[in-house]
Design a protein around this ligand. Sequence first.
Ligand SMILES: [Zn+2]
Length: 89
Amino acid sequence: MADPAPQKILAFLTEKWGDKDCQMCGKGPWQVQDKVFQLSQFHHGNLVVGGPLIPVIPVTCTSCGNTILVNAIISGAIDPGTEEQEKKA
Ligand SMILES: [Zn+2]
């Protein structure tokens, strides 16, 4: 996965999230990963190549570890075209 544009992620989170504290511990602060991770469908432990993937950016509370996954395409961190190309590679 290509590195996302950190400034796009931060702008998106600032707009949607604002300055809300962590739901679990009520503290924070949040730490945004500068890499995109991916969720793949569960196949009883087997790795399925070419299956559907969901690109996500983990946002972690540095106080308690609560981690929220933000969709990398919807947040504008990566563009869907780039993701398609990388899946085929
Ligand atoms: Zn927390």
